[in-house]
Design a binder for this molecule. Structure first.
Ligand SMILES: Cc1cc2nc3c(=O)[nH]c(=O)nc-3n(C[C@H](O)[C@H](O)[C@H](O)COP(=O)(O)OP(=O)(O)OC[C@H]3O[C@@H](n4cnc5c(N)ncnc54)[C@H](O)[C@@H]3O)c2cc1C
Length: 496
């Protein structure tokens, strides 16, 4: 454990942030990781609880947090890294992006402020890269069974990494020009600089994973082709069908989906080509973001950096409480108000507001009719938003960004060829091993669960990789051919 009673001596200290007026002039990371001395005081606060809720309840990846913190406290960094990587293949993503569900369930949080677990995770992995502990480690032998992964977001990367390490030749097919899914094209650089992503992809390539970009499976490449060449296919295509707001005036110019906006900015920032029709820029504009979640917050930070004249973010739900409410007690994730770093940079937020009509000058949006609403939860769980008469107002807007969430997994209908069974929400159904209604075709990440978090997508990818291994092991009767022709027990190659 850290220092006995360390939490009595030291309070919580989170990361620092670059000053808002400086960071809004660029797209570089806003967070400044904790310095080693400050990190040490935070490590001292972790008491290695007997029942670590951070590990068992909070972390979707079940990171072994208390033991990991203990190793870091003892400055056994390489061992700490090995323990971290045992459950989480990409701590450099979660260490930057995770809302830290673990911290919400930290035992210290019952009566004090939680240990800064996310910062410790980030320090362990970044020290690992700095010290050269992370070296390419290709598997000692390769099975002949090949795996195709469709989609290269965090779920696809996790499946590919786990199966490659287990000795399977893996090819990842990605529709976009670059690897990473939402990590690349949705999340702005001020949250995740893309060099962090490239560093991991290079490591995976050096370990033998093959990436094929610019290939839309189902359009450029048929599933029949994949099925003839691969023993298993894992679909990790995400959940990108945006929820629309079908009110009068929706077809006016200047109204866009949030992901299209974020994608254009990420493409421009990485030097990619964005044609005039796809370019959406907030410079000099009055921007209204409809939707109060994280995607909306990313739009807000982006619009401020692009030089918007004004930015407003409206949300239909009421403003959440500022502290943990009674209906989400510890160790649950608290349903409370969260302000992202972008919210501290400018813009105005309003809650309990519904947009009822877009109005325009010529063909372009110029105003939004809005009304304040009261939310009513009915006995059957349905949520109704009741307009409050006399509260109607209008907002000026010449760029409207719709950040209302995502409804299903397949915007372009790529997966039609396979006729997969789906849930009512549009996600792809699968059994406990992640196998879909089509034998040999598996699914992971948002495509299976609906929109979630990076940590959940990674955990789901790892779980799918285990399902695929079990399925192949059964199919080959426990004996598998390795490249070169000899037959080996599956376990001898997996090292289990
Ligand atoms: C704007 C935004 C910000 C977010 N911020 C955070 C955050 O800060 N922290 C957090 O934890 N979570 C965040 N999330 C959620 C998180 O990014 C997702 O839950 C996660 O990326 C899902 O991973 P995935 O691999 O399932 O799908 P995705 O990341 O969506 O990747 C799917 C990939 O599949 C590809 N693809 C789809 N169909 C095909 C096909 N037919 N052929 C080839 N390729 C195909 C797509 O091009 C894409 O690259 C955010 C989400 C959004 C939209």
């Amino acid at each position: 454990m850290g220092k006995p009673g360390g939490f009595l001596e030291h309070g919580r200290q989170g990361p620092a942030y670059r000053p808002a007026e400086e960071r809004t002039r660029d797209f570089k990371a806003v967070e400044i990781p904790l310095a080693p001395e400050a990190l040490r005081l935070q490590l001292a606060r972790c008491q290695e609880c007997g029942t670590p809720f951070c590990h068992g309840v909070g972390c979707p990846l079940a990171n072994v947090i208390p033991e990991l913190n203990n190793l870091a406290w003892q400055e056994r960094w390489e061992e700490a890294l090995a323990l971290l990587l045992a459950n989480n293949p990409f701590p450099e993503f979660t260490g930057r992006l995770c809302p830290a569900l673990c911290e919400a369930s930290c035992v210290l949080g019952i009566h004090d402020e939680a240990v800064t677990i996310r910062q410790i995770e980030l320090a362990v992995i970044e020290r690992g890269f700095d010290q050269g502990y992370l070296r390419p480690a290709p598997p000692p032998a390769r099975f002949v069974e090949r795996i195709a992964v469709v989609g290269s977001g965090p779920a696809g990367l996790a499946v590919a990494d786990a199966l490659n390490k287990a000795g399977y030749p893996v090819v990842v097919y990605e529709h976009a020009a670059k690897i990473g899914g939402i990590l690349r094209y949705g999340i702005p650089d001020f949250k995740l600089e893309k060099g962090v992503l490239d560093r991991r992809i290079h490591l995976m390539e050096d370990e033998g994973v093959r990436f094929e970009t610019g290939v839309a499976v189902g359009t450029d490449l048929s599933f029949r082709y994949l099925q003839s060449r691969y023993q298993a296919i894992c679909l990790c295509g995400g959940a990108r069908e945006p929820r629309d707001l079908q009110v009068s005036g929706r077809d006016l110019a200047g109204i866009h989906f949030a992901m299209d906006y974020l994608m254009a900015q990420n493409l421009k920032h990485s030097g990619g080509h964005v044609n005039a029709a796809e370019d959406i820029d907030a410079r000099g504009k009055k921007v209204v973001i409809i939707g109060g979640g994280d995607t909306g917050a990313d739009c807000l930070g982006t619009a401020i950096r692009q030089g918007a004249q004004s930015v407003m973010q409206v949300e239909i739900l009421p403003e959440p409480p500022g502290a943990r409410p009674a209906h989400t007690p510890w160790p649950m994730w608290p349903a409370m108000r969260r302000d992202s770093t972008s919210h501290k940079e400018g813009g105005i937020r309003r809650w309990g507001v519904s947009a009822t009509r877009f109005r325009g000058l010529k063909d372009a949006v110029s105003r939004i009719d809005c009304v304040e609403v009261r939310s009513v939860r009915h006995a059957d769980g349905r949520l109704e938003f009741v307009p409050l008469s006399g509260t109607e107002f209008e907002l000026e807007a010449d760029l409207v960004l719709l950040a209302l969430g995502f409804v299903s997994s397949d915007r372009q209908g790529f997966m039609k060829e396979l006729a997969l069974e789906r849930s009512a929400q549009g996600t792809i159904k699968a059994d406990d091993d992640h196998q879909t209604s089509v034998p040999g075709v598996f699914v992971a990440g948002d495509m299976r669960n609906g929109p979630a978090l990076v940590a959940r997508a990674i955990a789901d990818g790892l779980s799918a990789a285990r399902g695929i291994r079990r399925w192949i092991k059964k199919a080959v009767g426990g004996k598998a051919k390795v490249e070169g022709g000899s037959e080996k027990k599956v376990e001898s190659v997996w090292g289990e």
